[in-house]
Design a protein around this ligand. Structure first.
Ligand code: MG
Length: 241
């Protein structure tokens, strides 16, 4: 499976992968924070009278708040949310989010990061999040892994995922080309962004989303957890080499 995925990518691009950097998404990859995000969104939108299921919000992971809110606004009001309404709604979502217990690091994220570091590769963070609390916690849970100048957050980009800009900026910060990196992502929009940036994309399906969605969005390799990535890391790394 791994060998085939790598060969297929290399054939498509007409280039061999020369691995130098690994670009990591944060929510749902390094931290088990998506249950909190989806619960906070579901609570907020339900209170406002919008009919929705919690699982829907896993599909919008990485999207801007206007994108997410407009999904429901269009259906019910037939128009976009105004900036003032968006701010109020997003504020409520943040309050609900902050009231939840702090998310744990994803099991085996540290082991994966340590393997990447031990292999002499550059770990890069590429998140659409601007949640300060999570960024501060990176260094606490994953000490010595990410350097400040090798992080791309919501504050650094004009376009969020699924636009390739966040991943292209991640490559630029690491000083590498698309075929010199791989991406680890869990969300459909994140996979789209990474694939659009031309990078070999490993999807780890850590939430309730169907595998077929991540594959349709172009994931080159699909795994079920960070533990599975950790257990296959040597295989992936040696196959690329
Ligand atoms: Mg994510």
């Amino acid at each position: 499976m791994i060998k085939n995925a790598i060969e297929k990518y290399q054939q498509e691009k007409g280039k061999k992968i020369q691995l130098k950097a690994v670009l990591f998404d944060m929510d749902g990859v390094l931290f088990d924070s998506m249950p909190n995000h989806t619960q906070a969104w579901h609570q907020t939108m339900t209170e406002l009278g919008f009919r929705c299921s919690r699982d829907e919000f896993y599909l919008y992971e990485g999207a801007t708040s206007s994108y997410t809110i407009n999904r429901y606004y269009h259906r019910v009001h037939g128009r976009n949310v105004s900036e003032e309404e968006r701010k109020t709604i997003y504020h409520r979502k943040t309050l609900h989010f902050n009231a939840l217990p702090i998310a744990d690091p994803m099991p085996y994220a540290l082991e994966v990061l340590n393997s990447v570091k031990a292999a002499g590769l550059i770990p890069v963070l590429v998140t659409g999040s601007g949640q300060k609390s999570l960024l501060d916690r990176l260094n606490k849970h994953f000490p010595g892994i990410f350097e400040q100048e090798l992080m791309v957050t919501a504050y650094d980009v004009h376009h969020g995922k699924p636009h390739p800009e966040p991943y292209l900026l991640g490559l630029k910060k690491a000083g590498v080309e698309p075929h010199e990196a791989i991406v680890v992502e869990n969300a459909p929009l994140g996979v789209q962004a990474a694939v659009a940036a031309g990078i070999f994309t490993v999807a780890v399906n850590t939430g309730p989303i169907e595998d077929a969605i991540l594959l349709k969005d172009g994931a080159n390799l699909l795994l079920q957890s960070m533990e599975e990535l950790y257990r296959n890391w040597e295989d992936i790394f040696s196959t690329i080499k």
